[in-house]
Design a binder for this molecule. Structure first.
Ligand SMILES: [Cu+2]
Length: 492
């Protein structure tokens, strides 16, 4: 691979967002050109980083997935607030090899504007042992690739939701926008991306090649003083990114596609698998270079340890940007008008505990003592549409697990017992590991709005969801006589 090529954004699947949007994705075996090296994997429409989908609230989407793979596949629209049922964001759909499936859904008017992503979420229902070392990756239903293998092979890409081509209220500042999709690659001797197959397993702790939009250490050029919006997306299968841009700060305007209620700045941003941050970056007023790096990171004594890696070189050169003086001031109007109300004062209709655990070898994973069962939620009672619940997520293992809920975002109330200020909602939160016999703990609140159905939740280390750390909650309409005092109305 040749580092240092000019930075490129992923290809766009569509550039306009008509009221009726028709899209087509073909999943197939593909030989990629990765900064000059030929590598075999799986693609959507030929690209290692799937083409970026653009959606807008109020739109109807018809998306045909053509499966030319040798295994079943499907799509999940991570973070999108859309129906989890029917031909919507429904991971219970499985598209067999050689067939097509047409997804059909509305983007609701209250869909937050920001960065999301899509990926294979094939659940190979009935087999949660495929990642156990030495177990062949086959199931009673025939050849079935796990989610980890499919995402790792290449089946993921970004989704951008915007209105009028911009980011949100007060935010159409004419900034240059970049979509940065982080994925990593392990390549075997035959030039193929490693898969869980036969006696071979992906080991997320093995040396790996970290790529930005499928490029090795690309060079992004900015003018002195220029401000850009970067849509940072971890669309990889298993590993974390702890992003740092040497000498710079990130201004966070959205997290997981949900506008920030309060603008914050950060010098590092931890992105577990599935996480997104939309950030403003203002180039230095002086020409020079800086590395966007992922810092050394360990997700716990029972997990992985990753070395520091340079990801992208920021090259500041040329005449000072004519817009240099405007964007930071424009931040005041950025996005915050579309952030939702804090759930701190909401009535709590139900409280639940979600305990993440695993066997001693770390190969079989559980939630509340059970591996994923596609036919049965770990909860005996449903959530009620229009209510807010409080979930205490406990981690009794020696590694951080990023907890993800489909369909509805959540608000993080506390981490390890420390109350968290409201900065907006999110859909993926790293749950700390157990220390000295005290489980890691995150308390979240979820407002179940707009959609009934089965909402998946799971660890977003794909190997862990494949190993069973996944379930779903049923969301039902309020039964007759339901106590209206338990309903949450976030209105003014
Ligand atoms: Cu996990």
């Amino acid at each position: 691979m040749t580092p240092g090529l000019p930075y490129q954004d992923p290809v766009d699947l569509n550039t306009s967002t008509p009221q009726d949007l028709t899209l087509r994705l073909v999943a197939e075996r593909t030989q990629f050109d990765i900064s000059g090296k030929k590598v075999w994997g799986d693609s959507y429409n030929g690209d290692y980083v799937g083409p970026t989908m653009h959606f807008t609230p109020g739109e109807h989407v018809t998306l045909t997935l053509v499966n030319k793979l040798a295994t079943p596949t499907n799509l999940h629209f991570h973070g999108m607030h859309m129906t989890p049922s029917g031909a919507g964001d429904n991971p219970f759909i499985s598209v067999p090899p050689g067939t097509t499936f047409t997804y059909n859904f509305d983007i609701p008017l209250d869909q937050p504007l920001g960065t999301f992503w899509y990926h294979d979420h094939e659940m190979c229902t009935g087999n949660q042992t495929m990642n156990m070392p030495g177990m062949p990756a086959t199931t009673p239903m025939g050849s079935c690739a796990d989610t980890e293998s499919q995402i790792f092979a290449g089946l993921s890409g970004a989704i951008v939701v915007s209105a009028n081509g911009g980011f949100g209220a007060g935010a159409d500042q004419g900034l240059v926008v970049h979509t940065m999709v982080f994925k990593d690659m392990q390549i075997d001797k035959t030039g193929q991306i490693v898969q869980n197959q036969g006696l071979v397993s992906i080991n997320s702790n093995n040396p790996t090649v970290r790529l930005v939009n499928g490029q090795l250490q690309p060079v992004l050029t900015m003018l002195p003083g220029q401000t850009e919006l970067w849509r940072l997306t971890n669309a990889g299968a298993d590993i974390f990114y702890d992003l740092h841009l040497d000498g710079y700060t990130f201004t966070v305007v959205a997290q997981d596609g949900y506008p920030a209620a309060v603008l914050t700045t950060a010098t590092t941003l931890l992105l577990p698998p599935g996480k997104r941050y939309d950030v403003l970056v203002s180039a230095s007023s002086h020409p020079g270079d800086a590395w966007l790096q992922t810092l050394p990171y360990s997700n716990g004594p029972g997990g992985d340890s990753y070395p520091a890696v340079n990801l992208l070189r920021l090259h500041v050169a040329g005449e000072a940007s004519p817009t240099a003086s405007t964007p930071p001031a424009a931040e005041a109007g950025w996005a915050t008008s579309t952030a939702g109300t804090s759930l701190a004062a909401a009535p709590i209709a139900q409280s639940r505990t979600v305990t993440l655990s695993e066997n001693a070898a770390g190969t079989v994973m559980y939630i509340n003592g059970k591996q994923f069962d596609p036919n049965k939620s770990i909860f005996s009672t449903p959530a009620i549409l229009g209510t807010v619940e409080q979930w205490t997520v406990l981690n009794t293992t020696g590694e951080v697990h990023p907890f993800h809920l489909h369909t509805d975002h959540f608000q993080v109330m506390s981490i390890a017992g420390v109350a968290q200020p409201y900065v907006g909602q999110q859909d993926t939160i790293p749950v700390p590991y157990e220390q000295n016999g005290t489980p890691g703990q995150v308390v979240i609140r979820i407002a179940f709005t707009d959609f009934t159905g089965r909402l998946m939740f799971h660890c977003h280390i794909a190997a862990h969801e494949d190993s069973g750390m996944m379930s779903f909650i049923n969301v039902d309409q309020p039964p007759a006589g339901f106590d209206k005092r338990l309903m949450w109305n976030a209105g003014p």
